[in-house]
Write a protein that binds this ligand. Structure first.
Ligand SMILES: [Zn+2]
Length: 288
């Protein structure tokens, strides 16, 4: 008795569904009695066994399945773009950094090649905490290339923070010490920390202490960082006092110096602490 009722209900549902999905140019397949899409000529119905009976149920024809897949892919791409946009607005602390991309870069210059390779091999660099030190005079493109790296990694949804010491000092200026520690710890949630233009901050005891804390925490986290600076490599190698020495030592240990030589784009890769990193950046490992 109940079986008959269920049967009737199912039949009704079946008819309703099948009627609902019928488009004007669909037709019945004479052999199977199943609905065929008038557009892609594949089945819109199939037979299944349900509660011991054969039933006809709707299914996606090829063109409907393709349409659905296209819609899914479009949605995914949209979400992806939104995520990247969010990451960029959190990670790029200066609007001008948005425009620093490899597409706008003269990739024939050697340093651009190193920067590109750094991005391509970022997982290896991250594993060993290998960073870069872009040094050289003002206007030689250090910030631009560091920005290119930041943007390229963000496009891959790798969290990057590109900031500067004045910005960090400004951010922690009004914080209580517990908040201050929280803020400093938050810097190390990023897979890459780029600190632009080190050395322009005022050289006070407080500033030096903060700069040291940021660098030291980063160093201890084992995650890579990139520094750009106008300070000459000699000065970084022979600091004037102990306060500077403990900062520079950590930078020199983790960051491979890359020289920016000015308008002629003369570049030079300094002796890094790890030969493997140098090989990766110059492509010496690519022979096989
Ligand atoms: Zn179809």
């Amino acid at each position: 008795m109940i079986g008959a009722v269920v049967d009737e209900v199912l039949k009704e549902m079946e008819n309703a569904t099948n009627e609902g999905m019928k488009a004007a140019d669909d037709c019945m397949d004479a052999e199977t009695g199943l609905l065929v899409c008038g557009n892609c000529h594949t089945k819109k119905q199939k037979k299944i066994s349900f509660l011991g009976k054969e039933r006809v149920v709707g299914c996606l024809c090829r063109c409907a399945a393709e349409k659905l897949e296209k819609e899914r892919a479009r949605h995914e791409a949209e979400e992806n773009l939104m995520r990247i946009r969010q990451m960029k607005s959190a990670g790029l602390q200066d609007r001008t950094f948005y425009g620093y991309t490899f597409e706008r870069c003269d990739v024939s210059q050697e340093n651009a090649v190193y920067a590109k390779r750094y991005v391509e091999h970022f997982s290896e660099m991250a594993q060993t905490g290998q960073g870069l030190l872009f040094w050289g005079n003002v206007g030689t493109g250090k910030t631009f290339l560091a920005g290119c790296i930041a943007n390229a990694l963000l496009e891959k949804k790798i969290p990057v923070l590109m900031t500067s010491f004045p910005k960090i000092l400004n951010a922690i200026g009004g914080l209580y010490s517990s908040e201050r520690n929280e803020y400093l710890a938050s810097l190390n949630r990023y897979s890459l920390l780029v600190i632009d233009d080190m050395g322009i901050e005022r050289d006070t005891q407080y500033t030096l202490e903060t700069v040291y804390t940021v660098i030291d925490e980063r160093y201890k986290s084992g995650k890579p960082f990139i520094i750009t600076t106008n300070i000459q490599l000699d000065a970084l190698g022979k600091p004037q006092d102990l306060e500077h020495a403990r900062i520079y030592d950590r930078i020199m240990e983790r960051c491979m110096p890359v020289f920016f030589g000015g308008k002629n784009y003369r570049s030079e890769l300094g002796q890094g602490n790890r030969d493997t990193a140098k090989k990766i950046l110059t492509g010496a490992n690519d022979t096989v």
